[in-house]
Design a protein around this ligand. Structure first.
Ligand code: DX5
Ligand code: ZN
Length: 528
């Protein structure tokens, strides 16, 4: 979001590449790298070399959010006298006030950063340091011969602490990489240069973290992570379109682009629903169907009458998938059991407000945050949001607003929760809540659109996924309905800004498949 604000303000910049590498940079700076924003050149830091330097707006946004400089400075992108130039610059120590804090390397000329990384990795090796070097390279950048000279050299020196990450978005300045200079079979090329090769979806943070962990365990070889990405990911009409390699969006579209970036919906199938059957199979089917997370309903027979699954079952499911585990604990005294769910490696752990007091919730959130787990709080349909909980909004990532009374899958959605969800969403945002609202219970293709309009962005679906014969189709259908809801909301927003037809023009190829459901068939075909 910061990147798009900066680019629109500057009137130029590279939105496409900033978005294709957003998750890679976030995973490095917020999960994996050892670094200290208050001491950018700390001796024992890990290094990030942004070799494909034109992803600068995304890089600056990451540095700002990590605390290297104030986020407002993004608005000075590409302005005269600003530190934030089109390509990041690191000046010599005599002029260091001009450097962007945290920048290791001046980029712009493509193909050089990997060689610089080798120099750093070799120096660290001589000094006996544990520091790792992560280098982001582009697929257009891989046309440069120097990349392949560096590939040979890094293997020769057995630089196991060097990891290159290829942002494989398949688009470079003037077109598609495979038309301009084919890179495939890219895996075989790097393997032939004697690198350890890992290929992943570069937009799945969990897969990026897993790949980096694996790279860090390899001995005697550098690793390349081939991150398959989508240029312009996050803004539908910019994706996979070479036109958006280096073009700024019009300023009047910024509010809509920010809305879209904030509207990502995550679909979380609840595996207790449907026929009682093998949970492993249900998790696998959800993953194959394109689910974003796995929702795990834990019921203890006390907080709710039913008993479902517990931490031991979750622990056994953990090795099957990298998809985030969204554990919903419908249990009494959650503090007494929380460690079991931490040990089972859940990614989000949600406890019920009805089962906690302020003291236990405070201990639970602290414990979860210490382990890098997102804390969540769930609230029953008839429970009021307690006043004391406002004090914890900055520590909570997820708020589940139950749309059925907890206890069973397959219940009917309670429409009375919609105004509550809408109001809560508004109130909580006003009080600084930056996490997700999650709707849980009775979500199907109709109610999904209602909870979307009320602000929910994590959508739990039990029966709508597992009580059907086509699980893959059911997930696709739910995602389609979430997309319709997004397009409708964006169109309404554009209308309120008086730029509806302009927006429809920019987004025509995206809107056409939805035009019937949005009731804009005639309007869209009238646009030239
Ligand atoms: C209810 C659970 C829900 C439920 C979802 O207590 O928290 O997650 O199982 O299933 P459906 O979508 O069938 O309501
Ligand atoms: Zn649930």
């Amino acid at each position: 979001m910061l990147a798009i604000e900066g680019i629109a303000e500057a009137g130029s910049g590279h939105p496409g590449a900033s978005f294709s590498a957003a998750e890679i940079m976030a995973a490095l700076y917020f999960r994996k790298m050892r670094h200290d924003p208050s001491n950018p050149y700390w001796e024992d830091r890990d290094y990030f070399i942004n070799s494909k330097a034109h992803s600068a707006p995304g890089f600056y946004a990451t540095l700002a959010l990590a605390g290297y400089f104030p986020v407002e400075e993004i608005k000075t992108l590409r302005k005269l006298g600003s530190r934030l130039q089109g390509h990041p610059v690191r000046y010599s120590s005599q002029q260091k006030e001009h450097s962007v804090p945290g920048t290791e390397y001046s980029g712009g000329s493509e193909g050089i950063g990997l060689s610089v990384s080798i120099g750093i990795a070799l120096a660290n090796k001589l000094d006996g340091k544990k520091s790792r070097v992560y280098t982001l390279i582009g697929d257009g950048e891989s046309n440069e011969g120097q990349i392949w000279e560096a590939a040979m050299a890094a293997a020769k020196f057995r630089l196991e602490k060097l990891t290159a990450i290829l942002d494989r978005n398949r688009i470079q300045q003037d077109g598609f990489t495979e038309d301009i200079m084919p890179l495939d079979p890219v895996r075989d090329k790097w393997a032939a240069f004697n690198w350890n090769v890992i290929e992943i979806n570069g937009h799945k943070v969990e897969d990026i973290i897993d790949a980096i962990n694996k790279a860090n365990g390899v001995k005697d070889k550098p690793t390349i992570i081939i991150a398959n990405t989508i240029k312009g990911n996050g803004i539908k009409h910019m994706t996979n379109n070479p036109q958006w390699h280096g073009k700024a969006p019009p300023r009047k579209h910024v509010a809509l682009l920010l809305e879209e970036l904030e509207s990502e919906c995550l679909i979380a199938p609840s595996i207790i629903a449907g026929q009682p059957q093998n949970y492993e199979e249900k998790v696998r089917m959800a993953e194959r169907g394109g689910a974003d997370m796995i929702h795990l309903d834990v019921m203890d027979g006390k907080f709710v009458p039913n008993i479902s699954l517990f931490a031991d079952t979750i622990g056994k499911l953990r090795h099957i998938t990298n998809l985030p585990f969204d554990a919903h604990l419908m249990i009494e005294r959650p503090l007494d059991h929380i460690q079991d769910y931490i040990d089972a490696r859940c990614d989000i752990i949600t406890v019920h407000v009805e089962a906690c007091d302020e003291n236990s919730l405070s201990q639970i959130t602290d414990r979860l945050l210490l382990h890098g787990i997102s804390p969540g709080i769930a609230i029953n349909p008839t429970t009021d949001f307690p006043e004391w909980l406002y004090g914890y909004l900055n520590k909570i990532d997820v708020i589940i607003v139950m749309s059925v009374n907890p206890g069973f899958a397959g219940q009917k959605f309670l429409p009375a929760v919609l105004p509550k969800m809408m109001l809560l969403n508004k109130e909580l945002r006003k009080h600084g809540f930056k996490g997700y609202i999650e709707a849980d219970g009775g979500i199907d293709s109709t109610t999904l659109q209602q909870v979307y309009s009320a602000g929910a962005r994590i959508l739990v679906a039990g029966s709508a996924v597992y009580a059907t014969s086509d699980i893959h189709g059911a997930i696709i259908h739910l995602r389609h309905k979430a997309n319709v809801a997004l397009e409708k909301s964006l169109l309404d927003h554009a209308d309120s800004l008086g730029i509806k037809s302009d927006w429809m023009k920019a987004r025509k190829h995206i809107l056409i498949p939805f035009s019937n459901e949005l009731g804009i068939e005639e309007d869209i075909h009238a646009i030239k």
